[in-house]
Design a protein around this ligand. Sequence first.
Ligand code: ATP
Ligand code: MG
Length: 253
Amino acid sequence: MRSTPRIPDAIGRARGGWMERGALLYEGKAKQVFATSDPSLVIIHFKDDATAFNGVKKASIGGKGAINCALTTHLFDAVAAAGVSHHAVRRLNETDLLCRKVEIVGVEVVVRNVVAGSFAKRYGVAEGTPLATPLVELFVKSDALNDPLINDDAVVMLALARPWEIAWMKEAALEINRVLCDFWGGLNISMIDAKFEFGRLDGRLVLADELTADGARLWERGTGRKLDKDVFRRDLADLGETYRELYRRVFGS
Ligand SMILES: Nc1ncnc2c1ncn2[C@@H]1O[C@H](COP(=O)(O)OP(=O)(O)OP(=O)(O)O)[C@@H](O)[C@H]1O
Ligand SMILES: [Mg+2]
C-alpha cells in the first residue's frame, strides 16, 4: 500500500482547517484516540501493534494499522448500508479514522456462529461445531478483570448498561453479524464469531470501535485456514502476511 498524504476532511474544511490530531486522550493495545479541535470528534489511530492474551504476547506487524483502518472503514460502510449507525465520519489517511466521540458502553458484545475460543473451553465443546442460531454473549470490558462473561441482570445491577440498551445492542449485534457473514461469505470466508463495542451518542447507541480480523474469527471455507488474529495467538502463520492476504481478498490489490 502506498502512503497517502493527509486528506482535508469535509468537516475540518468547513471549519477552515485540517482535522489534525490534538491531545492523546487514550492509548489502548491496538489504537490511540486523539482529541481534535472539535470536542465532539476524535481521531482514532490504528497502530501496527498486535497483542494477545490481554497484552501478555506482543509484536509489531508492519502495515497492520493501515489494513485494520481500511477494513474498519469498508465494513462500517457495509453495516451503514444495512441501516446500522456507527461512529465513523471519514477516513483521514491510511491509519486514521475521524469518529464521533462516544461514551463507550462497558460491555463487549460477542456474536458466535460456530463454536471457538473461550466458548469451546468453557463448555467443553469442540471448536468448529456449528451453532443452530447465532448466539450473543456479553463480557465486561475490563482488562483488569480479564473481560469476564456477564449476564444481562448483572450488567444492569452494575449499571454498565440499561435494559433497553442491552436489548438494542443484542439486536444490532445480530444484524451486524448478518451483514458481515454475508460480506465474508461472498469472499468464501466464514465469520465464526465477532466482538462489537457500542457507544452512547446523543441519547442513542451506535456501533463504535473497529471491525477487523483482530476482533473476529475468519476461516477460509473448504480449508478451514484461519485468517484472523488466532494466527498470532496460536503461532499458526505470519500475521502480517495473513492480514495482507485478507486485504487483497477484500480490496483486490
Ligand atoms: N468513538 C469513540 N469515542 C471514544 N472512544 C472510543 C471510540 N471508539 C472506540 N473507542 C475506545 O478507544 C479505545 C481504542 O483503543 P484499543 O482498542 O487499542 O483499546 P484496547 O487495548 O482494546 O483496550 P480497551 O478496548 O479494553 O480499552 C478503546 O477503549 C475503545 O473502546
Ligand atoms: Mg480494543
